[in-house]
Design a protein around this ligand. Sequence first.
Ligand code: HEC
Ligand code: HEC
Length: 207
Amino acid sequence: MNKPLLKTALALVAATSLASWAMAQSTVTINPPAEGTVSVEQGLEAWSRIFEVTSHPRCSNCHAGEDGIPMWSGPSYGKTRAHGMNIQAGESRVGAETLPCSTCHTSSTLGNSVPHAPPKVDGTWLMAPAEANWFGQTSATICGQLKDPARNGNRTYLELAGHLDHDLILHWAWNPGGGREPAPYSLQDHVNDVLAWGVAGMPCPTN
Ligand code: HEC
Ligand code: HEC
C-alpha cells in the first residue's frame, strides 16, 4: 500500500472506532440553576460529591504525580502503586521525553473490553497538568485548585462544566471496562454538581 493510501486507511480506522465508541456514549446537558437559587450550604454539599469523584482512582490516577508518575490504584489493582514499567510523563505530560503514553494507550475497536491499557479515547492519553495534582490531596486542596483560574486552565465554573462534556477521557471514567470501578454518580450528575457549586459561589470546605 502506498503512503497516502495507508494514511487514509489508518485515519478511517481511527475515525470509525472513535465514532462507534462515541455514539455509545450519551452527551450531557449544561443547564445551570438560576443565579441566587443555590445556598452556600447546598454548594458545599455539591462540592462533597465533586470531591468523591475527583479523588476517585478513575480521575486521580491521572491527576497525580507532580513528579510525572501516574498511579495504579482502586479495587481492580489490589494495592496502590506507581504505574508499572517505570513510566515517566515528564514535563510534556505525554511521555514525549521517554516512552510516549500512546505507545500502549492506543485506540482500540475492542473498546473497553481490552483488559490491559484503557483505550485512548480522543487522540491524547496523558497526565493532567502538575498543578492539577489530586492524588491523595484533601478536599480543601482540590477545591482551592479547581476554583483558581491560575491553576485550572483559566476556566469559569461554566467552562469547567463544558470541559467535562467535551473531554472523552471523562466519558471513559464512567465506563472504564477491564474490571475497573467507574467513577461515582454519573457524568451528568457530576456536571450538575459543578454547576450548582459554581452558582453557589464555588465554596470550599476548610479541610
Ligand atoms: C487519562 C488521564 C486523565 C484522566 C483519567 C482524567 N483526567 Fe482530567 N485532565 C487530564 C488532562 C490532560 C487535563 C488538562 C487538559 C486541559 O486542561 O484541557 C485534565 C483537566 C481536567 C480538568 C480541567 C481543570 C483543571 O483543574 O485542570 C478537570 C475539571 C478534570 N480534568 C476533571 C477530571 C475528572 C472529574 C476526572 C475523572 C472523572 C478526570 N479529569 C480524569 C487528564 C485526565
Ligand atoms: C508500556 C505500556 C504503557 C505505557 C507506555 C503507558 N502505560 Fe499507562 N497503563 C498501561 C497498562 C497495561 C495499564 C493497565 C494496568 C492494569 O489494568 O493492570 C495502564 C494503566 C494506566 C493508568 C490507570 C488507569 C486506571 O484508572 O485504571 C493510568 C492513569 C495510566 N496508565 C497513565 C499513563 C500515562 C500518563 C502514560 C504516559 C506518561 C502511560 N500510562 C504510559 C500501559 C502503559
